[in-house]
Design a protein around this ligand. Structure first.
Ligand SMILES: [Zn+2]
Length: 122
């Protein structure tokens, strides 16, 4: 009984990969959910409904991030920023935490942490 409860908790806290492609694929939906007033104009001068239509016409499986960025007028919706080094990366691992928001880190920072462990053991 105790072991099963522990396993469920461990599964809930399993790290997962976040890729640039997944961020690109989710960007139009997230943008639509944030900007629901389609009649309102954005800083680009277009209405949000025009922007939603343009975003909906993009092939999210193959497009570059610039296709999204050009419609929105900035690159904040396709960024994937490591919370340790602040670099914009192609992939991060999101590490859930029991009592806080997950933390997302890049492979380079994870390797840096590993190196500290290895140095401590030698
Ligand atoms: Zn990093």
């Amino acid at each position: 009984m105790m072991a099963i409860a522990w396993t469920k908790a461990a599964l809930a806290l399993m790290p997962r990969i976040i890729t640039r492609r997944s961020v690109i694929k989710n960007a139009p939906r997230r943008f639509r959910e944030q900007y629901t007033d389609g009649a309102r104009r954005s800083h680009t001068g277009e209405s949000y409904s025009q922007m939603h239509e343009k975003l909906a016409s993009i092939d999210l499986e193959t497009c570059d991030r610039s296709a999204i960025d050009d419609v929105i007028g900035n690159n904040s919706w396709t960024q994937l920023t490591c919370e340790i080094c602040d670099c914009d990366r192609e992939a991060l691992v999101s590490i859930p935490r029991e009592y806080s928001e997950p933390i997302s880190i890049c492979l380079e920072c994870a390797k840096g942490v590993q190196a500290v462990f290895e140095d401590a053991q030698s």
